[in-house]
Write a protein that binds this ligand. Structure first.
Ligand SMILES: [Ca+2]
Ligand SMILES: [Ca+2]
Length: 138
C-alpha cells in the first residue's frame, strides 16, 4: 500500500456510507476501526473479517448495483497501486468471478467466498439502500 492515495480513503468512506449521505456517524467510523484493530492479525494476513469485506465491497461498487465490474475494480486496485494494469485487473476479477457463469463481474457471494466465507447468494451488502436488485435479472 506504499503508493495508496486519498482515493482509497474515499472508497472506504463510500463503503461505510450506506445511506449515500456523504457523512458518517461517529459509531460507524468507530466500529470500522475497532473491527480492524480487533482482527488485526487476520487482517494483516489477508483474511479481513466479514464486516470489513462488506465495507470494502461497497467501496468498490460505485454504482451500488451489487456487482463489481472491471471499471470499478480497476478504480479500486489503482487507488492502492498506481502500476496496476487492465490485464492485472482482469486477472483479479477472473480469480474471484466463480459463481458458475463467469459473468465478468463480482458479486458479494463470490467476493466473500474468495476470502473463505460462506454467505447467502442473495445477501444484500447495501442493506436495502443500493439499487433495486430486480434489474439484475434482466
Ligand atoms: Ca457496480
Ligand atoms: Ca460473477
Amino acid at each position: 500500500m506504499e503508493n495508496a492515495d486519498e482515493s482509497y480513503l474515499q472508497k472506504w468512506f463510500r463503503g461505510l456510507d450506506i445511506e449515500n449521505a456523504f457523512k458518517l456517524s461517529f459509531e460507524t467510523v468507530d466500529s470500522s476501526f475497532r473491527s480492524i484493530y480487533d482482527n488485526w492479525d487476520d487482517f494483516s494476513n489477508g483474511k479481513p473479517p466479514l464486516d470489513l469485506l462488506k465495507v470494502w465491497f461497497r467501496g468498490m461498487d460505485v454504482n451500488r448495483d451489487h456487482e463489481v465490474n472491471i471499471d470499478e475494480m480497476k478504480g479500486f486496485l489503482c487507488s492502492l497501486d498506481k502500476s496496476m494494469t487492465v490485464i492485472g485487473v482482469a486477472k483479479e476479477i477472473r480469480k474471484i468471478d466463480r459463481d458458475g457463469n463467469s459473468n465478468g463481474t463480482i458479486n458479494f457471494y463470490e467476493f466473500a467466498n474468495h476470502y473463505g466465507y460462506k454467505v447467502k447468494k442473495n445477501q444484500d451488502v447495501w442493506e436495502g439502500k443500493g439499487k433495486s436488485k430486480c434489474c439484475l435479472l434482466l
